[in-house]
Ligand binder design. Structure first.
Ligand code: TMP
Length: 218
């Protein structure tokens, strides 16, 4: 059987990638294309527990070293239990974030040694790389305004900012710059999607990058 393809979604908090992720899921479902959708952290039962430890506490509640290792633990389990089996079964795998997030958030933005982060990423992923990474790029202040206005899907009440949402502006600026930098290092894998327009405009820009790749998979 032909191996499936891994498509990952990345970007700063509030960039709108999860909305686009849901729209791509809908597109694949309507065409009956075999896929699974997942995310990091939180793509497994263990991962959901790790996600809650990482994101539900207040600022400073998880030591940065523990944070780096928890994201890595989440990924090691996720890759082995979910992503690799799905790829081997020939499916398309959509993942809302993958190891680039650790490179950028823990490496560039928190300041961990990039060589160390690379080693941890390789350990967690067994060397697996995405076939395509969509980087949703947006001005940090616009993104943070969006995050503050985020409405809780279930209750309709304004949601509480999670731990990373409460980082200072400069942190998110470092994250944005780092994403743009790593994208230039691997131009074959990354596609930068300007995400400042409406949901429909961003969707069109995303599909321009994705449709061609998906056609080749059929
Ligand atoms: P999400 O809101 O896109 O699901 O991501 C959760 C938060 O976790 C987001 O602020 C980015 C952060 N994160 C890291 O710092 N390192 C990582 O390796 C991953 C996957 C996410």
């Amino acid at each position: 059987m032909k191996r499936g393809k891994l498509i990952t979604f990345e970007g700063i908090d509030g960039c709108g990638k999860t909305t686009q992720f849901r729209l791509l899921e809908k597109y694949l479902r309507e065409r009956d294309l075999g896929f699974i959708s997942t995310r990091e952290p939180g793509g497994t039962e263990l991962g959901r527990k790790i996600r809650s430890v990482l994101l539900d506490g207040g600022k400073g509640s998880v030591d940065p070293v523990a944070e780096l290792l928890l994201y890595t633990a989440d990924r090691a389990h996720h890759v082995r239990r979910v992503i690799l089996p799905a790829l081997e079964a020939g499916k398309i795998v959509l993942s809302d974030r993958f190891y680039d997030a650790t490179t950028v958030y823990q490496g560039y933005a928190r300041g961990f040694d990039l060589g160390l982060v690379k080693q941890l990423n390789e350990l967690a992923t067994c060397g697996l790389k995405p076939d395509l990474t969509l980087l949703f790029d947006l001005d940090v202040e616009v993104a943070l305004r969006r995050t503050q206005k985020r409405i809780d899907d279930v209750t309709g009440a304004a949601s509480q900012p999670d731990r990373l949402d409460s980082e200072p502006l400069e942190f998110h600026q470092r994250v944005r710059q780092a994403y743009l930098e790593i994208a230039t290092l691997e131009p074959q894998r990354f596609r930068i999607i300007p995400a400042g327009g409406s949901i429909e405009e961003t969707y069109k820009l995303m599909m321009r990058q994705v449709e061609e790749r998906i056609r080749k998979l059929r």
